[in-house]
Ligand binder design. Structure first.
Ligand SMILES: [Ca+2]
Length: 190
């Protein structure tokens, strides 16, 4: 399963450098089907890494995974499309509402049987208008983990990726870390 996870992650992230606009849609669209798979309690989903995506309010009450699901969540506090604090979804799933990022993360911390998360600040290495706070809970049940990168001041963007649309439309892109590298290392560490 680990090899499959890494391979799938590499496949999903391959276009990140050159076609982020495409990947943006992919990332948003991946979140919902992956949650549906998780809800089904199948053996297919043992990890997820939603970037700028959270749980829809219509899915949340029915999400009862059969076993722990490792989660790495990355989300900007100034995301204009999928609001950090939840509410109206202005992205591709517009017309729906979302659970807040912290509520989504706390759901997984509880569901995965995690210890209380530790909270640290990433080094603010780039003058990009963002900082990042990392919430890390591990080990959880069955060696799973629940990690959240809160990009303070960050938008609906891929940290380390292109500023694919103007800041006025999608918000700022963090240069303090590379989401692709972070996701890869997370999967390798499971
Ligand atoms: Ca910074």
């Amino acid at each position: 399963m680990r090899a499959l996870a890494v391979a799938a992650a590499a496949l999903a992230l391959a276009p990140a450098a050159s076609a982020w606009t495409t990947l943006t849609g992919g990332v948003q669209n991946i979140v919902v089907p992956s949650l549906i798979v998780t809800q089904a309690g199948t053996e297919l989903a043992s990890w997820e890494a939603p970037v700028a995506g959270t749980m829809g309010t219509e899915y949340a009450p029915t999400c009862h995974p059969a076993r722990p699901v490792s989660i790495l969540e990355i989300h900007g506090t100034d995301d204009p499309l999928i609001p950090f604090n939840g509410g109206q979804d202005n992205g591709r799933n517009g017309g729906t509402t979302d659970v807040s990022v912290m509520a989504t993360y706390n759901f997984w911390v509880s569901t995965d049987g995690c210890p209380a998360p530790t909270v640290v600040q990433l080094a603010d290495t780039a003058d990009d208008g963002t900082t990042t706070t990392v919430h890390r809970a591990r080990p959880c049940a069955d060696s799973s983990a629940a990690v959240l990168y809160v990009v303070n001041g960050g938008g609906h963007t891929w940290p380390g990726g292109e500023q694919y649309l103007p800041v006025a439309l999608v918000g700022k892109t963090s240069r303090d870390f590379d989401a692709s590298e972070t996701i890869t290392q997370f999967f390798l560490g499971l």
